[in-house]
Design a protein around this ligand. Structure first.
Ligand SMILES: NC(=O)c1ccc[n+]([C@@H]2O[C@H](COP(=O)([O-])OP(=O)(O)OC[C@H]3O[C@@H](n4cnc5c(N)ncnc54)[C@H](OP(=O)(O)O)[C@@H]3O)[C@@H](O)[C@H]2O)c1
Length: 253
């Protein structure tokens, strides 16, 4: 993918990985709009020169009006990144976890589907473009303290594969970004192994710039998650990662 001349919308671009990739696409020469709910973050990004789009991916009406605003301002839009996501801890021994499960599925899975649905007709009409979905190493190797998160990301992986097959022949490609732990959103506090955001973004932009663009953007740090089952390391790694259950509030003391 030529990163120097795209017109990109990053939904979930108001912080973390999305904001950094917005800056990288812009630095490479592309036109970039960012979407999210936070008015403060959107205003700051507008001051940096980004287009700002208010969008709540859990609300179909919000997604539809964001789509209309984006396409009115950027009729040449060719790339949509579905970055919005929440990462919540859940203790499955406590039924009160359900609210977190519902929020996670509504945001990470249904939110992705709402945004993809909103922009797919436009991309097909223009005869080409790229949908970049966002999963996680956890889609392939569960992290037991975040069960619904793992389920949501495994689902987005499966959905992305089917979407790619269904869009075959339309000129619209589907690329799945699979981050490992990256030092954003408090990750750095709970995971000393989280990749520095800067290094992660550099590797991602390098992989995205390949031609043809890989179906999955796999930085080196995520290969052990992505291929654990194939490599026969899955059971041992899940057992090792289960030790993190001790971090759940209900399991301490
Ligand atoms: N950091 C990691 O270790 C890691 C690892 C693997 C995968 N990921 C995935 O990468 C993506 C970005 O994560 P991050 O680490 O950069 O986290 P982050 O800094 O918390 O960013 C999350 C983004 O999602 C947006 N968002 C959340 N709920 C939304 C909603 N209802 N509607 C619209 N936007 C919403 C937030 O914007 P507003 O609050 O402004 O709405 C924000 O821009 C997520 O999908 C995450 O699951 C992250």
């Amino acid at each position: 993918m030529d990163l120097s001349n795209r017109t990109v919308l990053i939904v979930g671009g108001t912080s973390g990985i999305g904001r950094e990739l917005a800056r990288r696409f812009a630095a490479a020469g592309s036109t970039v709009a960012v979407g999210g709910r936070s008015p403060k973050a959107l205003t700051e990004l507008a001051d940096e020169g980004f287009g700002k789009i208010t969008i709540d991916v859990t609300d179909s009406a919000s997604v539809a009006s964001a789509r209309d605003a984006v396409l009115a301002r950027y009729p040449e839009l060719d790339t949509v990144v579905t970055m919005s996501g929440v990462m919540l801890l859940e203790d499955l021994r406590d039924p009160a976890h359900f609210e977190a499960a519902a929020t996670t599925i509504d945001t990470n899975l249904l939110g992705t589907i709402r945004v993809v649905d909103a922009f797919t007709p436009h991309l097909i009409r223009r005869g080409g473009g790229t949908l970049i979905t966002v999963t996680s190493g956890i889609a392939f190797l569960p992290f037991p303290p975040m069960p619904s998160y793992a389920a949501s990301k495994a689902a987005v992986h499966a959905y992305s594969e089917a979407l790619r097959a269904q869009l075959d022949g339309t000129g619209v490609g589907v690329v799945e970004l699979v981050p490992p732990a990256v030092a954003t959103a408090g990750q750095e506090k709970v995971n000393p192994h989280a990749l520095p955001l800067d290094d992660f973004a550099t590797e991602v932009m390098h992989l995205l710039s390949q031609d043809p663009t890989p179906h999955e953007i796999l930085v080196k740090g995520v290969l052990m998650h992505r291929w654990a089952e194939r490599d026969g390391t899955y059971d041992a790694l899940v057992a090792q990662r289960s030790q993190a259950l001790a971090m759940l509030p209900g399991r301490q003391g």
